[in-house]
Ligand binder design. Structure first.
Ligand SMILES: NC(=O)c1ccc[n+]([C@@H]2O[C@H](COP(=O)([O-])OP(=O)(O)OC[C@H]3O[C@@H](n4cnc5c(N)ncnc54)[C@H](O)[C@@H]3O)[C@@H](O)[C@H]2O)c1
Length: 375
């Protein structure tokens, strides 16, 4: 098979996709779409765009743009286009990578799948169950590849964690935890109507990894409780800046997720597995580490991933494009459907956690049917 003709939509986080694709010989970038013409112009010219974002983000974005421009040879034949409708009408676009605002994720993915394109969709899967179920139906009805942007699961760190889970060396896995401490989200994500709140905007990644850390992938949750609040005054945020969340799965595994959005400290993600014959504790610093003890002799095993593979904290990001290429080349449609089903289950957990946090009540699986994100 020749290189896959791909198009990218959205040029903030999407610039990282462009960078990764420029370095990946399996893809040829045939089109880039953004509603903002200035962002498209900036790919080729030397205009510097400012987005009205925080200074740190503008600096990060300018660095990405400079790296994309330094490989301009890979964009010479690329069509730059403002209309998503016209982009989807391009027959030469075989595969689409989406990096649009969160509230457009599901609708844009559904349109791309319906137009016969392979899709690498951004997380979260959707903001409402209705949108999520429509997207799952669209994936089922097509024969195209579908991959979600939960890149952490493809990182060397979490590949190795998965190997540990598969080996059975820890015994019966009973408890999982994830503790995140970080600065507030960017303005584009820190209001519910834009991103759906903390679970959908970001913590969906950690729920995805709770799925990865259990022997059976695709496991369903049974109930969720959460306590939290907006404790540090910040007029730019309209949802909780910290919470303690507990999820119980149908597998019997229990998981706790603690997040704060008011402190930016090292080891901002610390996670673990507690099982009948051992335990594992890790963090995502650099490209990630973990330490594990197992067995009657409590043998210690240490793992550290190569720090040059950190991909600016988005561990596994470069692998996500290869997983997309693998999915396209394999033509394994059952895999695509399972991926969309996992996306929908992830959405359900996020919505249940949001409801639990708002109401102070335990939210059961059956309560999720009527859930939508409050605005
Ligand atoms: N996997 C990850 O770790 C990760 C990290 C960051 C963001 N994301 C996801 O990537 C997506 C984009 O995030 P972001 O931070 O770049 O969002 P953003 O809102 O900052 O940027 C969205 C981009 O899409 C463009 N856009 C808006 N409407 C459009 C339209 N109708 N047609 C074409 N382009 C349009 C905007 O001009 C902008 O360039 C989100 O869904 C987010 O969840 C994933």
């Amino acid at each position: 098979m020749g290189s896959i003709k791909v198009g990218v939509v959205g040029l903030n986080f999407g610039l990282e996709h462009v960078m990764a694709l420029q370095a990946n010989p399996r893809f040829e970038i045939v089109a880039i779409c953004d509603i903002d013409q200035a962002k498209l112009d900036a790919l080729r010219g030397d205009v510097n765009t400012t987005s009205g974002d925080a200074v740190w983000y503008q600096a990060e974005r300018a660095e990405r743009l400079a790296r994309v421009r330094s490989r301009a040879d890979r964009l010479r034949q690329t069509r730059l286009i403002t209309s998503y409708h016209d982009f989807l009408a391009m027959p030469e676009v075989e595969a689409v990578i989406l990096a649009v605002p969160v509230h457009l994720n599901a609708a844009f993915a559904e349109r791309a799948v319906a137009a016969g394109k392979h899709v690498l969709a951004a997380k979260p899967f959707a903001l409402t169950l209705e949108d999520g179920e429509r997207l799952l139906a669209a994936v089922k009805a097509s024969d195209r590849a579908f991959v979600l942007g939960f890149q952490f699961r493809y990182s060397p760190l979490f590949r190795r964690v998965r190997d540990v889970v598969d080996s059975g060396v820890l015994g019966d896995i009973r408890q999982l935890f994830w503790n995140m401490t970080r600065m507030p989200l960017r303005a584009a994500h820190n209001r519910r109507d834009l991103s759906g709140g903390p679970y959908l905007a970001e913590c969906c990644h950690w729920f995805d990894l709770f799925d990865l850390m259990q022997p059976d992938s695709g496991v369903r949750f049974s109930r969720v409780a959460a306590f939290g609040g907006l404790d540090v005054p910040n007029t730019h945020v309209d949802f909780a800046d910290n919470a303690v969340t507990i999820v119980e799965y149908e597998s019997g595994v229990r998981a706790s997720l603690n997040f704060t959005y008011f402190t930016n400290q090292p080891e901002y993600n610390v996670f673990g597995i507690q099982a009948t014959d051992g335990k594992l504790r890790g963090d995502t610093e650099g490209a990630g580490h973990f330490v594990m003890w197992a067995g009657r002799t409590q043998d210690r095993f240490d793992f550290a991933a190569d720090p040059t593979k950190a991909w600016q904290g988005h561990l596994g990001f470069d692998r996500n494009q290869d997983v997309f290429a693998d999915a396209i080349e394999s033509g394994d449609h059952e895999w695509a459907v399972r991926e969309a089903e996992r996306g929908l289950e992830n959405l359900r957990i996020c919505l249940a956690a949001e409801r639990a946090l708002d109401s102070g009540q335990v939210v059961h699986r059956d309560d999720v049917a009527d859930l939508t994100v409050a605005s």
